[in-house]
Design a protein around this ligand. Structure first.
Ligand code: PEP
Ligand code: MG
Length: 756
């Protein structure tokens, strides 16, 4: 059974569209269970009916035409109950409906199982027999298992159709909606540009080429480059090869010849496809056909084809990259967004981001927020490459994506875009005013930076200091570790831009979801693994050169604070201080005149919240990194969209912990602040202020909204809100209390992080 299931799934996986997927399913299931009939009904949400989409055994003229209402017939019953229905006497069941178009004989036994994807019934898979008998447990289990595994593939194929403009039964689709999770607030309407990981044949979008002749010769040039590579490789290792292995190299060269794969690709280019798309389509078709064959040798050849074609693709992409043209306004669509991808698109052209991986707490989402670009993350199970070149609407407030937008939808979202612009203008007016409540309680709003250019923008928006400079960002944008001199220059720009105000530089915090392209860390559980200070302690040479660069850069400015990430043990603090002091003495010996910087620790690992006394003996300040602290407190991977809803800054236990940190830091006389994203949420910021935090460091784009809220309430109101929140049992109640308070204060518009 397992083998049959595997091969059906594999075959469906290789199907080119929904209709071929369904044909494969009905054919293979009918054969596997030896039934008279096997049919698939899919829900067409445009008409709210289950349409017969494929069948073996029922009249073919009924396929695509016959449908049942959402609660009609046995199909409706299966869908409605969302569970299997197994009957030996179907025609006598009260829900039975005879559909004459199907020329259905009296099939008495009926087994229908729902096809469910993300809790939604997509359709029903049905098998029928003439004789009266209940399908046995083995058969039922087979169908249920298959249906569960097929659901994702069917959903994907349906989505492809919908993006192209058609529902399962061929009705024109508009406002096709897909779910992701909120990444960065705001709405964007623009053309999608899909970017994809290099040399991955499975993610290449379909694009038309501009000049067929030029595209063919470009393809041949790349094909030839791979041929040369393979011939050279063969020559190099010739002496180590057995005769049959040498033959294999010849076979590879043949596969790449004009008469084989090359020829097929050229034929597709002649039809108008760009070379990358033509190559990917030819390769994937061969690979899926060969993988289906029950022969180990041929299956291995499928891997060879994939490998050879990926090499050609590598050349195509390497050469085409230089000529990548972005439309004037574009939404960047990708499987997994990286800081380097963000940096590649000209800033003035990038208006939105859509990523399949990650959530609102991923580092790239934080970067997107810093850049003020609306983003939807975690758009899993969506065939993103289909969006390429099409108009899209993304709603970063609610984590929604709309394809084939109608005029009405565009008008509605354009209004929101205009409103956003107006709000930004209004907030600009208060940028030089203090963050002070109506009853004169003043706090400081600092900013988190990463990109070198951030500091100038932040200063212009009224930030009073840098609470977190994520030094890993410049590291992420390079192809090797930056030298001490290069780092000194970067740090100097930040320190000088904010002089005489404080600039808090965090030492390199890599690992987790921040992988340096030139220093790969591959781990099963990266957020609990080799991250932040743990990497630095194992590589003191990287650490010391970084802190030396920071201190050098601070000469004459003396506004540097150094902060250590991911501290969980005191010996990490001791070792880091020892290295900083060593670097400091070296610099003094080298004749520099610098002040020893203040040293602080990020509170991100829950355990450290119990060590305030020990910390106070060693360091000058702490800053709470709520992004990681909440991740570890609630056991929610900040990068995983499936659990993104559980990550809540308003969860009462989280508030208790943050309150406790403030009280303890106060007791031991340690300066304390918050630099996690929570500080940039206007509602959360007032709770933090009430807890006693006097410095909140946030994303540049959040500054205006937080300041505006603080200026419109009293400290007393904030304190009473905090008291009530600490008594609450869940985040929903806390959120609604805050919303109510701010609504009464007249600033509800600023809170808007969820629109209907
Ligand atoms: C945090 O964890 O809250 C933090 C500010 O650090 P980062 O988001 O870079 O992990
Ligand atoms: Mg962190």
């Amino acid at each position: 059974m397992l083998e049959t299931l595997r091969s059906i799934i594999q075959e469906v996986n290789g199907a080119k569209d929904l209709s071929s997927s369904l044909d494969i399913i009905t054919k293979r299931v009918q054969r596997a269970l030896d039934t008279k009939v096997c049919s698939v009904y899919l829900l067409d949400t445009n008409i709210d009916r289950y349409v017969l989409m494929a069948s073996i055994g029922l009249d073919q003229s009924a396929v695509g035409k016959v449908s049942l209402g959402a609660k009609e017939g046995l199909v409706g019953l299966v869908a409605n109950r969302a569970e299997p229905v197994n009957l030996d006497n179907a025609s006598s069941h009260p829900s039975y409906v005879y559909l004459p178009e199907t020329k259905e004989e009296q099939y008495e036994s009926f087994l229908g199982v729902p096809i469910i994807h993300h809790q939604e019934v997509l359709g029903v898979l049905v098998v029928q027999q003439i004789e009266k008998r209940i399908f046995d447990s083995e058969e039922e289990a087979f169908l249920i298992t298959l249906s569960a595994q097929l659901a994702g593939l069917i959903a994907n194929a349906e989505a492809r159709g919908a993006i192209t403009g058609f529902s399962p039964s061929g009705i024109k689709t508009i406002d096709v909606t897909f779910d992701g999770v909120p990444g960065a607030p705001g709405v964007a309407i623009a053309e999608a540009v899909t970017v994809f990981p290099p040399a991955d044949l499975s993610v290449i979008p379909n694009r038309q080429c501009k000049d067929i002749k030029a595209e063919i010769s470009f393809f041949n040039e790349c094909l030839n480059a791979v041929r040369v590579d393979i011939s050279e490789l063969k020559m190099k290792i010739k002496s180590q090869l057995r005769p049959e292995e040498r033959e294999l190299f010849d076979a590879y060269l043949h596969m790449l010849s004009d008469q084989a794969l090359g020829n097929e690709v050229v034929a597709k280019i002649k039809e108008g496809s760009w070379a990358q798309g033509a190559l990917a389509s030819v390769a994937m078709e061969h690979v899926s056909n060969m993988e289906l064959i029950d022969d180990d040798y041929l299956r291995e050849r499928a891997t060879d084809i994939k490998d050879l074609c990926s090499r050609v693709l590598f050349y195509l992409q390497d050469k085409q990259q230089e000529t990548m043209e972005y439309p004037d306004r574009c939404i960047l669509v990708c499987e997994e967004l990286s800081a380097a991808m963000l940096a590649e698109v000209p800033k003035e052209k990038l208006v939105g981001i859509l990523s399949a991986k990650g959530s609102g707490h991923s580092h790239v989402a934080i970067l997107a927020r810093a850049m003020g670009i609306p983003a939807v993350m975690g758009a899993i199970d969506i065939p993103l490459s289909e969006f390429d070149g099409k108009q899209l609407v993304i709603d970063g407030y609610n984590g929604k994506v709309y394809g084939n937008p109608s005029e009405e939808l565009l008008v509605r979202f354009q209004e929101i875009v205009n409103e956003q612009a107006q709000l930004s203008e209004e907030l600009e007016a208060i940028k030089d005013l203090p963050a002070e409540t109506l009853d004169n309680h003043k706090i400081e709003l600092w900013v988190n930076t990463g990109m070198v250019t951030d500091s100038a923008t932040a200063k212009a928006r009224g930030a009073e200091g840098i609470g977190l400079f994520r030094t890993e960002v410049p590291f992420l944008l390079k192809e090797r570790f930056p030298t001490e001199r290069e780092q000194t220059e970067i740090y100097r720009t930040q320190l000088a831009a904010f002089y005489p105000n404080p600039v808090t530089m965090r030492t390199l915090d890599i690992g987790g979801d921040k992988a340096l392209p030139y220093f790969k860390i591959t781990e099963e559980n990266p957020f609990l693994g080799w991250r932040g200070i743990r990497v630095s302690m194992d590589h003191p040479e990287i650490f010391i050169s970084q802190v030396r660069a920071m201190m050098k850069a601070s000469q004459g400015l003396d506004n540097l604070h150094i902060m250590l990430p991911m501290i969980s043990h005191m010996d990490q603090v001791d070792y880091a201080i020892h290295l900083i002091d060593r670097g400091y003495s070296e610099l003094l010996e080298e004749g520099l005149n610098i002040k020893r910087p203040d040293i602080g620790v990020m509170v991100e690992v829950p355990a450290i919240t119990y060590q305030m006394d020990a910390l106070s003996k060693r360091i000058n300040f702490i800053s709470v990194g709520t992004n990681d602290l909440i991740q570890y407190l609630l056991a929610v991977d900040r990068n995983n969209p499936r659990v993104a809803k559980l990550f809540s800054v308003f969860h009462p236990p989280v508030l208790h912990v943050l309150n406790g940190i403030a009280k303890n830091a106060e007791r031991v006389n340690l300066r304390y602040s918050v630099c996690g994203e929570m500080a940039g949420d206007p509602g959360a910021a007032i709770l933090l202020m009430a807890m006693g935090y006097k410095v909140l460091s946030m994303n540049i784009t959040a500054l205006g909204r937080v300041k505006s809220v603080i200026r419109n309430i009293t400290f007393e109101q904030a304190e009473s809100l905090l008291a009530k929140s600490l008594q609450a049992e869940d985040s929903k109640s806390v959120k609604s209390m805050i919303d109510m308070e701010l609504y009464n204060a007249g600033v509800e518009r600023l809170l808007r992080s969820a629109r209907s």
